[in-house]
Design a protein around this ligand. Structure first.
Ligand SMILES: [Fe+2]
Length: 475
């Protein structure tokens, strides 16, 4: 008899053409059983696997499903007892087309989820309807999947400072009915932005021994008489936050390119450039590189590091490897690359790391990488930007950036002060749309009869009711 209960999930992560990870979290020691079948409502579903849920992982775990068939519908359910789930407990997902296959598909992306009420807001309900209407295969959540530093919205009543606090924040935010229902019905890929740990945080040294938040945040909290441990970011706090990030957002992801190191107790050790949370995946003729723009970030005076050399190495290798094989490439970054703006005071985005931004644009232009689409969030307003890479050969290659944010957060109007990026590697920059209000983006990857890819970005936004922006189509 199971005495523990499921408190989060289930959800599908790390989906591919032949595999998927089923993730869930319980409130105590237990065994997670996963049931899978190919008929609606789980008719004939079989026990596909199980995993023990332990205290040291916050009772979160995954069961890996392997040897699945490509482009096939599956139905799954989870239990903590080895007894068949009810029909109504099954959820559907569909595996990807095989890598390299020219098959059309659609997915969602967006970021920033601060539940405005007990239900968890309206956006994810609208999005869930879109899963059916647009046959969405998966979603990309690009950061701020919790606001651990928001005492009003994190469910624990104060700024998270301990492992227990961070786990408590996930437990509250991800159990909002709107979030939990969407999570069960849409396979998800995730990456972190700042609020999984702290507002605008970074390391102070490359050895990742000291961390901090901006001085003005500290002063504001001091003026509000917030206790010292909630005003300072100790390395222990960062480790606790990143451990819960692993438990909730990483363990179901595709295999990391260079996983962060851990000690014998499973705690992150976080040394100098010895591991990060970046990963890649493919769906048909589209390849995705999901960047980690947070856990390697160092800001100390003039020293500014964003990705770390090892992540740069993986990114450059990936761009060269996918150059000809995958005509559509998605570079997934929590923060914007192609949308700098005059009132960006905190410079918390690629704008604050001009050397690395230039390095990226130069690499893309010199190696003539075609079909690059940047997906980003963070800004609390949505946008689309088109531009051309100026290649040394004289070629001009289109590049695009799509941004969708927030799911649930206040709009941030300063990003309306966009200016084109000053770089010799890029030209003909054009802001195609800019939108306030809660929103999410739908991307459709399609192919013309001659095999030419078409990528369409449709922004769904709430401004006195839900509407869509005219689609942005790239060739
Ligand atoms: Fe945010």
């Amino acid at each position: 008899m199971a005495t523990s209960s499921l408190i989060l999930g289930p959800m599908i992560g790390g989906l591919s053409h032949n595999s998927a990870n089923v993730w869930a979290r319980a409130d105590g020691p237990s065994t997670l059983y996963v049931w899978v079948g190919t008929q609606a409502e789980g008719k004939g579903a079989k026990l596909a696997g199980s995993v023990e849920l332990h205290d040291h992982d916050g009772f979160a775990g995954v069961v890996a499903l392997k040897k699945l068939s490509a482009e096939t519908e599956y139905y799954f359910a989870v239990t903590l007892l080895r007894s068949r789930p009810k029909r109504g407990d099954f959820h559907r997902f569909k595996t990807f087309p095989k890598p390299g296959q020219a098959a059309s598909f659609s997915f969602m992306f967006g970021s920033c989820y601060l539940p405005p009420n007990e239900h968890g807001g309206q956006t994810l309900d609208v999005l869930r309807q879109q899963v059916k209407d647009d046959d969405l295969r998966f979603g990309l959540m690009l950061g701020d999947q919790i606001y651990a530093d928001d005492a009003k919205g994190n469910g624990i009543g104060h700024i998270a400072v301990s492992l227990k606090d961070y786990r408590g924040a996930y437990q509250y935010v991800w159990s909002r009915p709107a979030f939990r229902d969407l999570q069960a019905d849409l396979p998800l890929f995730m990456t972190l932005d700042d609020h999984e740990v702290e507002d605008d945080w970074s390391w102070r040294d490359e050895n990742r021994k000291w961390a901090g938040i901006p001085w003005f945040n500290k002063v504001l909290r001091w003026l509000k008489s917030i206790p010292p441990e909630q005003r300072h970011l100790s390395p222990e706090r960062v480790k606790a936050a990143l451990k819960t990030y692993v438990e909730h957002q990483v363990i179901h992801a595709p295999k990391l390119l260079l996983p962060p190191k851990t000690n014998s107790l499973g705690e992150l050790t976080l040394g100098k450039d010895d591991g990060n949370f970046a990963y890649t995946f493919e769906a048909g003729k589209a390849a995705f590189f999901v960047l980690d723009t947070r856990s390697m970030r160092v800001i100390n005076g003039k020293k500014r590091v964003l990705l770390g050399e090892k992540q740069w190495g993986f990114l450059q290798d990936w761009l060269l490897k996918t150059k000809d094989k995958y005509p559509v490439k998605f570079l997934v970054s929590s923060g914007t690359i192609l949308h700098p703006f005059w009132l960006d005071v905190t410079r918390d985005r690629w704008n604050g790391f001009p050397v690395e931004r230039e390095r990226l644009l130069e690499f893309l232009a010199v190696h003539e990488i075609e079909g690059v689409h940047i997906l980003c969030g963070d800004l609390h307003t949505a946008h689309a930007v088109s531009a051309e890479l100026n290649c040394p050969s004289g070629k001009h290659l289109p590049i695009h950036e799509f941004c969708a944010t927030p799911f649930e957060q206040k709009s941030m109007f300063v990003s309306n002060t966009y200016h084109p990026l000053f770089s010799k590697w890029i030209g003909k920059q054009k802001k195609l749309l800019h939108q306030t209000g809660q929103n999410f983006g739908i991307v459709n990857v399609d192919f013309e009869k001659d095999g030419t890819p078409l990528v369409t970005f449709t922004l769904h936004y709430n401004k006195n009711g839900w509407k869509t922006q005219p689609p942005v189509i790239t060739g």
